[in-house]
Design a protein around this ligand. Structure first.
Ligand SMILES: [Zn+2]
Length: 194
């Protein structure tokens, strides 16, 4: 079986770790720890602003940030990027020492500091070819708090895009299910690498 990205490009999963032979999602408990952590983390960081955009625009202008479409790094120390800023990250990773600290706690901060100092990839720097399309939907991650209590996987210091209309609507409905993903939302269609 091949590799596939879920939700955001960048992180790649072995399909046979996520999906049953019939093509459905495996129960979360049966997914190995590492990809399971990334899945839970994706639930938290999807629809967040690109880290680089946010460094440029800041809290007061965060609506000008593009939503992240790419994720690199380890869960909790991941870097979120839009298409525009992926080349800057890849340049830092390949040419400015990023690869040498991959997996370390300083990874994200080091990229942020480099970028915030005004460093950028040269014009036309080659990005990454992403052969696979990213499916939009995550599996139904039931009560991830129960599974990951104490691991802080659900904590994120990044800002959300403000959407007061959505927040009000949610409150008005008084929906106990909250805004989490449900089985009904699942779209199991996914694109396979070619
Ligand atoms: Zn960006």
């Amino acid at each position: 079986m091949g590799k596939v990205s879920i939700g955001l490009r960048g992180w790649r999963f072995d399909e046979d770790e996520l999906f049953t032979d019939a093509g459905g999602w495996k129960p979360l408990e049966e997914i190995p720890r590492e990809p399971r952590h990334r899945l839970v983390r994706l639930q938290v960081v999807m629809n967040k602003p690109c880290d680089a955009c946010y460094l440029i625009h800041g809290e007061e202008n965060k609506r000008q940030c593009r939503p992240a479409s790419i994720v690199y790094g380890e869960p909790l120390d991941e870097v979120l990027l839009c298409d525009e800023h992926e080349a800057d990250f890849l340049f830092w990773f390949r040419e400015r020492g990023g690869a040498s600290i991959a997996g370390e706690e300083t990874f994200r901060d080091a990229f942020h500091e480099w970028f915030d100092d005004g460093d950028r990839a040269p014009d036309g720097y080659g990005g990454m070819e992403h052969v696979e399309e990213a499916p939009e939907e995550l599996p139904d991650l039931r009560d991830p708090e129960d599974l990951y209590e104490g691991e802080d996987l659900l904590a994120d210091e990044r800002p959300d895009f403000d959407d007061e209309a959505d927040a009000d609507a949610g409150d008005a409905e008084g929906d106990d299910a909250g805004d989490g993903l449900s089985v009904d939302d699942l779209d199991l269609d996914r694109e396979y690498p070619t």
